[in-house]
Design a protein. Sequence first.
Length: 114
Amino acid sequence: VQLQASGGGLVQAGGSLRLSCIASGRIFVINYMGWYRQAPGKQRELVAVTTNDGSTKYADFVKGRFTGSRDNAKNTVDLQMNSLKPEDTAVYYCSGVINELPYWGQGTLVTVSS
């Protein structure tokens, strides 16, 4: 199983970006998929996780600005990021528990300039 993330880049504060992640390989069940991030010098932290029923859990620092969504048929999870702030600058990682095992994508860099 592999997770492939895309959509990072450079954006000005207040702007938007959309991250996408697709899971591929021998997939029997996806328990959840979501996003974590790691800023320079900081620990990796949860951003948003979407379960199979479509409900999404968000970190407090992104509530009202970010929206997570999943397409179960396509094995994808997206993260729409609006009202971005410089403190959102980080490497964003797609993550999931698939076939009862944890997987991580390669990370995509999001840079928000002030």
